[in-house]
Ligand binder design. Structure first.
Ligand SMILES: [Cu+2]
Length: 443
């Protein structure tokens, strides 16, 4: 129990419970869910209106429930590193939180999985949270929430990164595979593989507002709707300075995109991954115009690649009070044959002293990716602003996850408004669990 006692019924009730989910006809997975489904229930909140949260854990392991993209106190943020309250095995937890950030957010397990791929973000413990802004985002005829997720995770030998600093030594170890990656049996949107759920039903002339969440444990994805364009209006819930039209959306793990689509190309289409293998293993959903049932169409995409900068402004950001360099490297496998990750040469350890930040100052995180992997970098309890991607300057794009491409540099600024422990990590779960995280303490 925490803080002011809630003297009314719970506004949000999450039951952490095992369930069997049918992802495709005859293909079920046993997993842990919020309220028996994955995604869990769509949670709607109102900007600035306190919400009473009641969480019951029906499993036999403790859980952490993380409010992703919320600037809330560390004790309710839901991570072990920040010493948040846990939900005891077989127990419950109640507290109040006030959503201050609007738009598309989410809630997910922050339990570490390590070698148990049934746990944490590999499970069905995630739900879309939409915080209604006081100001309406504009006219639309339909609002559609989509969450992507993968199932049946397994360890597999990865393609090696030719430029990794430890590459030459890999062949000499007898620890098994050079390094390990996660593969999946099946992908889903809203818990169903392509062709196995209800289609999105639209009418010609409608304007549909899509709220899309990548609730994967490890996979950065692309989504594409042939014959249509997305008008991107918000990233990670935050309105962008320059809404822009794109044909292919890209969402790193934990990212959200809000986009309008004008339905003016009647037919039956697949909204899904442009990658044939990924779409073939389920990452897609049918879009069906009224009166136009027929074979679903997919045509390869053209057009420009995803670029955060096309939604930003070209102006200089205020100088930060401090620049915090973060050099990202992959290190030798540990005794289990697992690759390890380091920030500035440091693999995270629980006993590490958090870096102290002064409250209310402007900090710049300056990333250098010395690996070929793309990393979805996430800062807890704060919103940051992109100031540079590669050599290009930008401003006004506010996010809580930024995908740092292979061998890329980037800079983001944030104001340390939230006192207490604040976790920074790669949202690729295996990277985080293998050391890719660090703690700040705002004082
Ligand atoms: Cu990573």
């Amino acid at each position: 129990m925490l803080g002011r006692p809630a003297n009314r019924g719970a506004d949000v009730t999450l039951n952490i419970a095992r369930a069997r989910l049918e992802i495709a006809s005859g293909r079920t997975v046993a997993t842990t869910t919020y309220n028996g489904t994955a995604p869990g229930p769509l949670i709607r909140m109102k900007e600035g209106v306190p919400v009473s949260v009641n969480i019951f854990n029906h499993t036999d392991v403790p859980e952490y429930v993380h409010w992703h993209g919320f600037e809330v106190p560390a004790e309710v943020d839901g991570t072990e590193e920040e010493r948040s309250l846990l939900v005891p095995a077989g127990g419950h937890l109640q507290y109040e939180l006030t959503p201050r950030q609007t738009g598309s957010r989410y809630v997910h397990s922050h339990a570490m999985a390590m070698d148990d791929l049934t746990r944490g973000v590999y499970s069905g413990q995630f739900a879309f949270v939409y915080v209604e802004p006081r100001r309406n985002p504009g006219r639309y005829d339909q609002e559609i929430f989509l969450s992507t997720h993968e199932w049946e995770p397994y360890f597999m030998e990865g393609d090696d990164d030719p430029n990794a600093i430890t590459e030459e030594r890999h062949g000499e170890t007898d620890w098994g595979p050079a390094f390990v990656e996660i593969g999946y049996g099946i992908h889903s949107i809203n818990g169903k593989a392509l062709g196995h759920g209800e289609p999105i039903r639209v009418k010609e002339g409608q304007r549909v507002l899509f709220h899309i969440l990548n609730a994967s444990a490890t996979e950065n994805i692309q989504l594409y709707l042939p014959g249509h364009e997305f008008l991107v209006v918000a990233l990670d819930g935050n309105p962008v300075p320059r809404p822009g039209r794109v044909s292919v959306l890209e969402l790193g793990v934990g990212e959200r995109v809000d986009a309008f689509v004008d339905m003016k190309n009647p037919g039956t289409w697949i909204l899904g991954s442009p990658d044939d293998d990924v779409r073939g293993s389920g990452l897609g959903i049918l879009v069906e115009y009224a009166g136009k049932q027929g074979a679903a169409r997919h045509v390869p995409p053209g057009g420009a690649t995803w670029d955060y900068l096309r939604f930003g402004e070209k102006r200089e950001s205020p100088a930060p009070d401090e620049i915090i360099p973060m050099v990202i490297e992959r290190l030798d496998p540990d005794g289990h044959g697992m690759e390890q990750w380091a920030i500035n040469g440091r693999i995270y350890r629980d006993q590490d002293e958090p870096k102290a930040l002064a409250r209310g100052r402007r900090y710049r995180l300056a990333f250098t990716n010395r690996t070929g992997d793309a990393h979805p970098l996430h800062l807890h309890r704060h919103t940051f602003e992109l100031v540079r991607i590669g050599g290009r300057q930008t401003a006004g794009v506010k996010k809580d996850v930024v995908v740092l491409q292979g061998y890329q540099t980037a800079e983001v600024d944030f104001i340390s408004r939230q006192a207490g422990l604040t976790l920074f990590h790669c949202h690729q779960q295996m990277h985080m669990e293998q050391g890719f995280k660090t703690l700040f303490r705002v004082v």
